[in-house]
Design a protein around this ligand. Structure first.
Ligand code: NAD
Length: 418
């Protein structure tokens, strides 16, 4: 059986969108292939005196609608194929939410947890030393992804500005102190809650009382837990790479977030809260818990044809990029599990990245209320477009989202010419 990867998953969904739009094979290929793919070697003097060599990648997929845009991932399993699939997803995501960007993705195949702060800084700066000619405020704008955050963005901004002068617009998701936007850190999680709420309201349902299980408790997972809890949902389970906690009665989200930030793991709340209903859960069994909404917020391809038959959720909200393989997606659809696709569900991050970039170019700073109001407006509009297209044409939400986004990218690509 062929491996179920994010690359094969993206190609399956994208080919089906191109076919349903009537595009020929040459157009599909043209839209699929990246404009540029780069791999660079990054040598590093380790603290212990040894030398390590890491691979850096940047895949720039399309820029017909604006500069390339996408995250930087620091993860040992990152490779060129994964970066390719994630870069294509970004092109569709920016088109779906109508922000003037193309798509890109990249990173370094390192485990940040195994590096000291000094090593991490040197490696991040080395990335810019090797790739600075390919990034820039009007060229390609990186952002945080798995294993990176505001600190890495600040180092990139600093290194880039040494060469080109003050350039806050070269990255988004940077600290407020160096030109970051209010509301960017919480944007992806907040966006997931807005999309789910808009979808359910359209169907005459609500978020209140829904039982939610979240895999991955980094930037996206944590803010999703908080945003859904604030809307009255019951967060029954959360987990990290090393395991997590489950309470069918609902976890105290503030307590779990505080414990995770304090201890760096989710083992704390079990021990400290004393609540006998809290039990440990590992990140594979969390996916199979009885819940209303499952939200994978970690890495790609965690729901495959192997575990999809055992999922017990009604909705699967894709916080991570490409967490469900194409084979699993078909199985879930047959079982009546509604999947809210990544390019819609987790697009709040790139929407506020766009706001951050726009503020940087104009040298202004918006209030948190303004950022949140504009985010809500944009995501509600995109969600309703997808929900209505799906209902009108008998499509899944993913098929509808892909079709809308693909048509926009194709139009820009062909009207500009090549
Ligand atoms: P993060 O590094 O802050 O957190 C990642 C989480 O995943 C951590 O809890 C980590 O323990 C867990 N994890 C890592 N490897 C795992 C594994 N093999 N199995 C289970 N859990 C694992 O990253 P993040 O920024 O929260 O990103 C999470 C996902 O959301 C990624 O797929 C990313 O592409 C996507 N995403 C992020 C943003 C953003 O704004 N940060 C925007 C859109 C999509």
């Amino acid at each position: 059986m062929a491996a179920e990867t994010s690359r094969s998953t993206f190609e399956t969904f994208f080919e089906s969108a191109c076919t349903s739009l009537g595009y020929d094979a040459a157009t599909f290929e043209l839209l699929l292939l990246a404009s540029r793919e780069v791999r660079a070697e990054l040598p590093l003097h380790r603290d212990d005196g040894s030398i390590a060599v890491f691979n850096a990648y940047r895949v720039q997929h399309h820029n017909a609608r604006g500069p390339y845009k996408g995250g930087l991932r620091f993860h040992p399993e990152l490779d060129l194929d994964e970066a390719r699939a994630l870069a294509c997803l970004m092109t569709l995501k920016t088109a779906l939410v109508e922000v003037p960007f193309g798509g890109a993705k990249g990173g370094i195949d390192c485990d940040p947890a195994g590096l000291s702060a000094r090593e991490l800084e040197l490696l991040t700066r080395k990335f810019v030393e090797r790739l600075h000619r390919l990034i820039g405020p009007n060229l390609d704008i990186p952002a945080p992804d798995v294993g990176t955050g505001p600190q890495e963005m600040a180092w990139i901004q600093d290194e880039y500005s040494k060469i080109y002068g003050y350039s806050p617009g070269v990255v988004t998701g940077k600290p407020i102190a160096t030109g970051g936007s209010l509301g960017r850190a919480s944007a992806t999680g907040e966006g997931l809650a807005i999309v789910l709420e808009t979808l359910l309201t359209h169907r005459g349902e609500g978020v209140e009382g829904l039982r939610v299980a979240i895999q991955g408790f980094g930037n996206v997972g944590r803010h999703t837990a908080r945003a859904l809890h604030e809307r009255g949902a019951r967060v029954v389970a959360v987990c990290d790479r090393d395991g997590g906690v489950h309470d069918p009665g609902g976890l105290d989200v503030a307590d779990v977030v505080a414990a995770r930030l304090r201890d760096g793991s989710l083992a704390g709340p079990t021990a400290s809260s004393g609540a006998s209903t809290i039990v440990p859960v590992d990140n594979a069994s969390l996916l199979e818990l009885d819940c209303d909404v499952l939200v994978p917020c970690a890495v790609s391809s965690v729901v495959t044809s192997a575990n999809a038959p055992r999922l017990r959720c009604r909705y699967l909200l894709e916080g991570a990029n490409s967490p469900v393989t194409a084979e699993a997606d078909a199985l879930l659809r047959r079982r009546g599990v509604e999947v809210v696709p990544d390019i819609l569900a987790n697009s709040g991050g790139v929407v506020v990245s766009y706001f951050e970039w726009a503020q940087n170019l104009q040298q202004v700073a918006w209030s948190l209320e303004e950022v949140q109001h504009r985010l809500r407006e944009r995501l509600q509009r995109a969600t309703l477009q997808v929900v209505e297209a799906a209902a009108d044409e008998g499509l899944s939400l993913r098929e509808a989202a892909y079709r809308i986004a693909t048509a926009r990218v194709k139009e820009a690509f062909f009207v500009a010419g090549f």
